[in-house]
Design a protein around this ligand. Structure first.
Ligand code: CMP
Length: 140
């Protein structure tokens, strides 16, 4: 079964919109196979986002991602990587389609509320980064 790693980012947790985002995930009938809240250190955020280490926004990104707790989830289902990306909308909330999570709740290109894996290669790394096999529901 295909998986995607989803994150509800610190700005969303801080603003108290975790419930609304999970509700949207359930309304869309996506399957949540694992979920927990964690507070990353800067080092951990840097390791998670290492693919962006040479980008100009890297330091701001890890500062932001370690600024407060986040909710991490494993979503599972056919075509889930693309499905979740469509429901999130484009990285920049201003460019995201009407009705997407980032368009509705996003503040700017950094504080864009949610994350989703962008490919099956990144899923493996991202799911293993946060979850052991024991924590992910069997078969998902
Ligand atoms: P995400 O999908 O989690 O992947 C990388 C994150 O870096 C992205 O969401 C944004 O939070 C952030 N990001 C991407 N592009 C920029 C940018 N141009 N300026 C600032 N932050 C960015």
């Amino acid at each position: 079964m295909e998986r995607s790693l989803a994150i509800i980012k610190p700005d969303a947790v801080e603003r108290g919109i975790v419930g609304r985002i999970i509700s949207r995930i359930e309304k869309e009938k996506l399957k949540i196979s694992a979920m927990k809240m964690v507070h990353l250190t800067k080092g951990e955020a840097g390791r998670f986002y290492y693919v962006h280490k040479d980008k100009i926004f890297f330091n701001d990104l890890i500062e932001y991602m370690s600024s407060g707790p986040i909710v991490v989830m494993v979503l599972a289902g056919e075509g889930i990587i693309n499905k979740w990306r469509q429901i999130m909308g484009a990285t920049d909330p201003a460019k995201a389609e009407e009705g997407t999570i980032r368009r509705i709740y996003g503040t700017d290109i950094q504080r864009n509320v949610v994350h989703g894996s962008d490919s099956s290669e990144s899923v493996k790394f991202e799911v293993n980064f946060f979850f052991s096999e024991l924590e992910v529901e069997n078969g998902a």
